[in-house]
Design a protein around this ligand. Structure first.
Ligand SMILES: Cc1ncc(COP(=O)(O)O)c(C=O)c1O
Length: 361
């Protein structure tokens, strides 16, 4: 069986976890989380504060809650993992489903602009398949329309836009460190921002709203008499997860460039142009299969015991988020998209088998 994705962890991560268990002896949020935050800040650069939480969804939820108020509308592409939508509604806001650009598969600003109302206060572009090449345009658009910008960079840790690392500039940027992301902490995520108000709100809200508890936790202490002035959640990261993250920061892999080379002239295939050499460290490898051939490819992959993904079912079709909107590019891409296996243990031979199957369509 060829797996779609795989956590890349080993002895070093196991040793780091053992150190937390056997030597530090405190598994909750403590000094190791503070250490990971500093390491993340150093890696990304740019001076933003990193705030670690227990998932990418939690990062998005807390970021949104910090920059919006209940009832606000948030522009978001329907073509995203449902986590983006759940984070918006968890913050009491309304997701406004937008279409995507056919050449980037990320938020279409012309479509988004038409959906702005007096209640629109924020936008959440999603860097689908790590494609963050429009990051600067999203910043410009947010400035122009006076919107808060929460970037869903769950797929884009370590990626750059025109040489600048995602998370080193902008307004509020959220990463996911779940089991198969560019780096993993098992489950986890982080909010990156320079906004002092957001920093304070997110660091309190992740610890049940207990004021200024983070610094004490890093020092192995607690705030027994601190006040609580806002809704909070149990979203903090544990020392165990942080220990895995510290090891993971030293790893990074790339196989997408090879797929691109193998498939660039293949009939019925549409690749999204991305600079895998200089800018993009991809989390998934998604391509479109044209001319109604996707079902046949799905069949072939199943016959050969090769896993694949359909990422993602547009959110405006889901019962909970149903909206009667026309999103023609989103719907077309959904009918054609497929994600191929990609993880560092995928061999060249396995990649060749997959590409040969696509060649037979
Ligand atoms: C686009 C997108 N946003 C948000 C998330 C949420 O991240 P997490 O799974 O860490 O909660 C994911 C996770 O896969 C994602 O793909």
């Amino acid at each position: 069986m060829i797996r779609l994705s795989k956590s890349v962890v080993g002895k070093k991560e196991a040793e780091a976890v053992a150190y937390v268990i056997e030597d530090i002896g405190y598994l909750g949020m403590g000094a190791t989380v503070g250490e990971l935050e500093h390491a993340l800040e150093d890696y990304i650069g740019g001076g933003f504060k990193a705030l670690c939480v227990n998932s990418g969804t939690a990062a998005l939820h807390l970021a949104l809650q910090a920059v919006t108020k209940p009832g606000d509308e948030v522009l978001v592409p329907s073509f995203t993992f449902v986590a983006s939508y759940q984070a918006i509604t968890a913050a009491g806001c309304k997701p406004v489903s937008c279409d995507i650009c056919p050449d980037t598969l990320t938020l279409d600003l012309r479509d988004a602009e038409r959906r702005i109302t007096p209640r629109t206060t924020a936008m959440m572009p999603v860097y689908y398949a790590s494609n963050c090449c429009m990051a600067d345009e999203y910043q410009e658009f947010a400035r122009k329309h006076n919107l808060r910008l929460v970037e869903d960079a769950a797929h884009a840790f370590g990626c750059t836009c025109k040489g600048r690392k995602i998370g080193s500039y902008g307004d509020v940027v959220c990463f996911s460190f779940d089991g198969i992301k560019n780096i993993t902490t098992g489950e986890g995520g982080a909010v990156f921002t320079a906004d002092e108000d957001v920093i304070q709100k997110v660091s309190d809200a992740r610890l049940l709203g207990v004021q200024k508890d983070s610094e004490k936790r890093y020092a192995g202490k607690r705030s027994w008499h601190a006040d609580v002035v806002a809704q909070g959640y149990r979203y903090h990261m544990s020392n165990i997860f942080a220990a895995i993250g510290l090891v993971q920061l030293q790893r990074f892999e790339k196989e997408a460039q090879r797929y691109t080379e193998l498939l660039k002239d293949t009939p019925h295939v549409l690749l999204t142009p991305m600079d895998y050499v200089n800018e993009i460290t991809p989390h998934i490898f998604a391509l479109q299969i044209l001319d109604g051939k996707r079902a046949k490819l799905e069949q072939l992959l199943k016959e050969h015991d090769i896993q694949y993904g359909i990422q993602y079912a547009p959110n405006h079709h889901l019962t909970y988020f149903k909206e009667d909107v026309e999103l023609p590019v989103t719907d077309k891409v959904y009918s054609q998209i497929i994600s191929l296996p990609m993880h560092p243990e995928l061999s060249d031979e396995e990649q060749d088998i997959i590409c040969n199957l696509i060649n037979t369509l």
